[in-house]
Design a protein around this ligand. Structure first.
Ligand code: ZN
Length: 597
């Protein structure tokens, strides 16, 4: 794939890019020695095993084995092809790319990757279209009125590109076709819906205020739209598309990300307008779910950015159900989840408008941990004056933590339950143990152990030398054969190194990992790449290793030879034996007759 695109441009972009800076846009990274560490965006984990090395401009996850350079990261994370990854990195670091740069994917799965690129373009275009319809249209006065009534400032509406979908069946579709988008692209974006009978399409969003939904990089990937009349469906979202999955997306994360990472806390609201108003009032670490309950995917996303999560639920029956659901979804995560107490019937957006940010933040700061809120709800539902009622409350509360696999954490919670219900702590513990028995077995942690490669030190040493100083490849080739290496993993890696060196005169670690196409081998390469490599004289180091390798090979051959002799003269030609013995003496640099050791 890489061969098809201009090497010069790729090299240019790579030189200008910084992998730590780029990955930091997706993952909260912490400095760890010479590298940076974070939670892997490619698999679910609790302790960081995702390492980014600025010197080698290389990342590797010791959990799931993903590794590569800045382009690999973007291609994997954004699920785009290589040219598109180069384009994204180039844009991020202000490198210009020629007009002729491939748009459609080259290589496997190209067609769908090309479509994705077009969908990004279509969403960017549609965002501008809706925005223009709001600001310029004479038919959108009622939409502007609505936003003014809700007290949104022009700056916020502009920054968030809030728009208006005209009250028309074909306004967007027609304009998009004029702008060069195809029916296929429009249909895939979900912006239009096929007419019954298969004759043409009509616009999905009509006479609605439109909220562009963006990915964490700020690209429009979907829309949420609010009705302006008494429509049955107050909020309408884009359907699931190749760009958009509502269970994995948080509205406003692109705008909130910096503030979230800085404060390590995030406020999750239930609506576009709540989030918008939070940002307008300076609570810049607010996001919203998109008409769905929080999912495990959301939790994975939240953990990448924050340590404390505030869940701002509507204060009603639905809010209580949301507490239960959240307990299940967050159950095992190490996030500190808190629930601010809103007064019943209070709308966060209106609260902010009426009272301002200060009392709002006080409310958030006073938020109680999720499990305490649950405990309060459980106690509220039962008659705590009776021992039966208390037992029921204990059971209800415990059931919601029974699936927590962290025993210490679950045990800590029993103290709060005991205190609140007045039931003896030992009794609470025993009850929890009973409740835990089933669920604890059902869930087995799927965390993948990071394996330190268990390797022969000599062979490992040679590999390290070659990866640290690729110009030593000819030196290895001159003194050893691949058969001298006992570890097939080392043989396979060296083979690829030699290939790459032959072709390009250098060994690019990302390319090496990619061509290995083997998780274990890639992990070995990454392990070496990530370990300090300050040795001043790799040549001397390599020579020592090669000497030991050759000595070992000599011993092995000799051992085999002796065995042949011991097995009897029948299967062995005495002349050949003598020749081999002589060869060994010479190889060992010892005079004839002293080979017996
Ligand atoms: Zn991983």
């Amino acid at each position: 794939m890489r061969g098809r695109v201009s090497e010069d441009i790729v090299a240019d972009v790579k030189r200008s890019a910084d992998i730590v800076e780029l990955i930091s846009r997706y993952v909260a990274l912490k400095k760890a020695g010479r590298s940076f560490k974070g939670l892997c965006p490619f698999h679910t984990e609790k302790t960081p095993s995702f390492i980014v090395n600025p010197e080698r401009q290389f990342f590797h996850c010791f959990g799931c084995g993903k590794s590569g350079d800045v382009f690999t990261f973007v291609a994997e994370h954004e699920r785009v092809d290589f040219p598109e990854a180069v384009r994204i990195v180039a844009n991020a670091f202000g490198v210009s790319i020629p007009d002729g740069w491939p748009r459609r994917g080259g290589g496997g799965g190209g067609a769908s990757k090309g479509l994705k690129t077009r969908l990004y373009e279509l969403h960017t275009w549609a965002t501008r279209f809706f925005r223009r319809c709001l600001t310029d249209g004479s038919n959108s006065a009622h939409a502007r009125d609505y936003l003014v009534r809700r007290q949104f400032s022009p700056d916020v509406l502009d920054a968030w590109s809030i728009g208006y979908a005209p009250a028309s069946w074909e306004a967007l579709g027609g304009a998009a076709r004029s702008a060069g988008f195809t029916d296929e692209e429009l249909l895939a974006s979900g912006l239009v819906i096929p007419r019954e009978g298969g004759n043409g399409y009509y616009d999905r969003f009509r006479d609605r205020v439109v909220f562009p939904i963006r990915d964490p990089q700020g690209r429009s990937i979907a829309f949420g739209a609010r009705a302006l009349d008494d429509s049955n469906v107050k909020y309408l979202n884009s359907p699931e598309t190749p760009l958009f999955s509502k269970s994995r997306c948080l509205y406003g994360l692109d705008k909130a990300r910096d503030a979230v990472v800085e404060g390590r806390r995030i406020l999750v609201t239930e609506g576009y307008t709540d989030t918008l108003m939070c940002h307008q009032e300076g609570v810049a670490w607010a996001v919203a779910t998109l008409g769905t309950a929080l999912t495990r995917e959301h939790v994975g996303l939240l953990r990448r950015y924050a340590g404390v999560v505030y869940l701002l639920f509507d204060a009603d029956q639905a809010g209580e159900a949301a507490v239960d659901r959240s307990l299940e979804v967050f159950g095992d995560s190490d996030l500190d989840v808190r629930v601010p107490a809103l007064e019943r019937g209070c709308d966060p957006c209106e609260f902010l408008v009426a009272q301002g940010a200060e009392p709002f933040i006080e409310l958030i700061d006073a938020a109680r941990p999720l499990f305490e809120v649950k405990l309060g709800l459980a106690c509220g539902r039962h008659n705590m004056g009776s021992s039966d009622g208390r037992a029921l409350a204990v059971d209800e509360a415990l059931t919601s933590f029974a699936h927590i696999t962290n025993v210490a954490k679950a045990d800590l919670l029993t103290e709060a339950v005991a205190k609140r219900t007045g039931v003896d702590r030992e009794a609470v513990r025993r009850r929890l143990a009973m409740l835990r028995q089933k669920p604890a077995r059902r869930r087995s942690e799927q965390a993948v152990e990071a394996k330190a490669p268990n390797m022969d030190p000599v062979e490992h040493g040679i590999l390290r030398a070659v990866l640290a100083a690729s110009e030593l490849v000819p030196c290895v080739l001159a003194q050893a054969s691949l058969d001298d290496f006992g570890d097939s993993r080392v043989r396979r890696i060296l083979e690829r190194c030699i290939d790459l060196y032959d072709r390009e005169g250098d060994i690019d670690l990302a390319e090496l990992s990619a061509t290995l196409q083997d998780r274990e081998l890639a992990a070995i390469v990454a392990d070496i790449a990530m370990s300090p490599h300050e040795r001043a004289n790799w040549e001397q180091w390599l020579q020592d290793c090669l000497d030991r390798l050759s000595e070992r090979a000599r011993r092995a051959e000799l051992k085999e030879l002796k065995q042949q002799v011991a097995e009897g003269p029948d299967g062995c030609d005495p002349d050949a034996l003598a020749a081999i013995l002589e060869h060994h003496r010479r190889r060992a640099g010892k005079p004839a007759g002293s080979a017996a050791d």
